[in-house]
Design a protein around this ligand. Sequence first.
Ligand SMILES: C[S@@+](CC[C@H](N)C(=O)[O-])C[C@H]1O[C@@H](n2cnc3c(N)ncnc32)[C@H](O)[C@@H]1O
Length: 401
Amino acid sequence: MDPVPTDLPTALADVRALLLDTGQLARAVAAGRRRGLEPPPAERVEVRPVQLKNGPHLQFTARTGPVVTTRNVAVAEAGGAVDELLAQPYGNLHVETAREVVQVRITKRGEAQVHRAPAEHAAGPQRHDKAKERLVDPDDPLFRVLGAGGDKRRQVEAFVRQLAPLTPAVLERSGPVVRAVDLGCGNAYLTFAAHRWLGERARETGRELATVGVDVREDVVATGRRAAAEAGLPGLGFAVGSIEGADPFEAATPDVVMALHACDTATDEALARAVRWEAPLVLAAPCCHRDVQRQLVAHGDRSPLVRHAILRERFADVLTDTLRALVLQLLGYRVEVVEFIDSAHTPRNAMIRAVRTGAPQGSRVVELLAELDELTGAWGVEPALARMLAPQLRAVRQAAA
Ligand SMILES: C[S@@+](CC[C@H](N)C(=O)[O-])C[C@H]1O[C@@H](n2cnc3c(N)ncnc32)[C@H](O)[C@@H]1O
C-alpha cells in the first residue's frame, strides 16, 4: 500500500491514540530529524508498554550517542509524556500494534506521509526479523567508544541471549536491587551490554540494577569507568582486583555472575567465587584450558588421546569443562554446558550455565562423586576448581559417607 499524504496534526493525533492504546501497542519508535529544524533532544526514543508492580506503564527509552535514559510513566498519566514526545521534531514515527504497523514520515514541507499495513501483512518479513531480533544493539555507540569489533559484539549478544530465558526467575527472587557481576571483564563489552539489557528488564519489574565489572588490570577498569561516566549509565561500576578476592557488593550476594573468556583458571576462580557467594545464576564461557592440559602432558605416552598437542588441547577442553560441571553439580547447581555462539565467531564457544538449586541428595551425590573420582583418577589430574573448592567438596564427601 502506498503512503497516504495526511495533514500533520491528523497524523500525530492518530499516532497519539495508538500509543495510548496500550492493550494493542507493541512498540513505537521516534527517530530522525525534520529537515530545516533543530534536532530533537534525543536521537531516538522507543516507547513500549510494560507491566510494573504498581500497574501498566509506558516506558520511554531515549538514546543520544551512548547515553540511554529510561522513564516509566503510568498509563493513566501517559498522555502528557506522549504529547511531549510528539511535539519534538522527529522525522519518522514507527508504531507497531497488534492490528497494524503504521509508519509516518514527515516531509520537509511539514506534511505527513502515512503508510499503514495490517499486522499479519507486516508480520511476514517482520516475524523473520523477530526471530533474529537483537537483544544487544550492534550499533550501540558504546561499542564504538569501547572499540569492540564485530565478533566481540556477536559474542556479547550471544551471551546475553543465554541470560535472557533465565532472567525472569532471577528477578523474581531478587530484592529491589538486582546485582550482576562480570568477572575478568577486560574491555567490558559484556559488562555494558548486560547492564543495558538486564537493567531494562529490572526496571520493567520496578527494580534497579547494579552491575560491577571486575578486572585485575587497572587500565581496563579505568577505561570502563570513563565509558560508564560518558554514557551516564547509573548503577554500573568497576573494581580493580582479583576474581578470587572480588567483593563488589560488600555484604550482598550477586544475583548473576558472568565471566566471558576469563583466561585459564580465572574461569575457575569465577566459578569458585560464585559457589562461595551461593549465587543463583552463573554464566561462564571459558577461555583456554592450560591447567588440565599441563597435567595431561604426563599422560602423553600412555594414551593416544593426548599424544598429539592439538588433540591434547581439545581433550583438555572437554575434560576441564566436564570436571567443572561435576564440581558445580556436587555443590548445588543444575548445570548445562552449551554452545553459545557459532565457532566462526570464536573457537571458545562453550558456555557453562549453572542455576543454583541446592545440594544434590542421596545416591545422586554418590554417583557424582564416583564420576569425579573416576575421571580425575584415570587422567591423573586435579582440576583447579576442585582445588579451589576443596573444603566444600570435603564437606559433601563427609556428608555422603
Ligand atoms: C581474555 S580477557 C576477556 C575479557 C572480557 N571478558 C571479554 O570477553 O572481552 C580476560 C580478562 O580477565 C582478566 N583476568 C585474568 N585473570 C584474572 C584474575 N585472576 N582476576 C581478575 N581478572 C583477571 C584479564 O586481565 C583480562 O582482562
